[in-house]
Design a protein around this ligand. Structure first.
Ligand code: HPA
Length: 271
């Protein structure tokens, strides 16, 4: 990753904000509601930021929204980049490098995903305990710049146990039910085959999705602590009795979004 390019992007954002966000949040499909509970917002379209990847495929707006939740200044990414859109792993994780130079120390990553664990049901929220990532290229392949992180980063705790403990305390206080599990990355854009889901179930996956893992790897590399939460929007292929549809995914995520917002607001207030 080219340091000077990232610095140019970070400087552009820094000039437009008054407080350094400590925490970044990446909002998954249908989970954008967190932006509505932010106050004193500064909205920076991705298209305005020099060197930032542009989402051309879906035509949907992407914004950095910096604002307050409780006493915390947070940077929300409204719209993320996916491998299936044709972005390289470097392009789709570029925002994380920018966040590091802005001063972000923690990442909350959210997504919509398919449930593999048969005890799950659509609408469930799953704390991500760990990931499986065999199917896509590692986002750290390429020259390493030590100013960002080490060549061979440790991944023994990709999701911070400390943040998980805080999130569990908060969920218990609020009476929010949650599951725990392992998230396996598929590249998409097609949904998985039933045989793939059977295979990954044996390998230990509880959920499958098309995002989150590259961002998790890069955030760890950059020295950030990561908390991940998935919304189970459907049961995965072969477990579900109906065919998948993106509309159904977004609808279920929207329904769960309110619960997730209440939870994340409390987590941020008691960070
Ligand atoms: N598979 C992969 N990604 C997904 C799914 C799924 O079943 N549901 C939502 N995102």
């Amino acid at each position: 990753m080219l340091y000077d390019k990232v610095k140019e992007s970070a400087d552009f954002i820094r000039e437009r904000i008054t407080e350094t966000p400590e925490i970044a949040i990446i909002l998954g499909s249908g989970l954008g509601g967190i932006v509505d509970i932010m106050e004193d917002k500064t909205v920076i379209p991705y298209g305005d930021i020099p060197n930032f990847p542009q989402s051309t495929v879906m035509g949907h707006a992407g914004n950095f929204v910096i604002g307050k939740i409780g006493s915390k200044t947070v940077a929300a990414m409204q719209g993320r980049f996916h491998f299936y859109e044709g972005f390289t792993m470097h392009e789709l994780t570029y925002p994380l490098y920018v966040m590091q130079l802005i001063g972000v120390k923690n990442l909350i990553v959210t997504n919509a995903c398919g449930g593999v664990n048969r005890s799950f049901k659509p609408g469930d929220l799953m704390i991500i305990d760990n990931y499986i990532s065999f199917l896509a290229e590692n986002p750290l392949i390429g020259n390493n710049d030590d100013r960002f992180g080490a060549r061979f980063p440790d991944m023994s705790e990709p999701y911070s146990l400390e943040l998980k403990e805080k999130a569990i305390k908060s969920a218990e206080k609020l009476g929010i039910e949650y599951k725990n599990g392992v998230y396996a990355l598929f590249t998409g854009p097609c949904y998985e085959s039933a045989a793939e889901i059977r295979a990954f179930s044996i390998l230990g996956a509880d959920a499958v999705g098309m995002s989150t893992v590259p961002e998790t790897i890069v955030a760890n590399y950059l020295g950030m602590k990561v908390f991940g939460v998935s919304c189970i929007t459907n049961m995965a292929t072969g477990i579900a009795t109906v065919k998948h549809s993106h509309e159904e995914v977004v609808r279920t995520a929207n329904e769960a979004s309110e619960k997730l917002c209440v939870w994340m607001k409390d987590l941020l207030e008691n960070w």
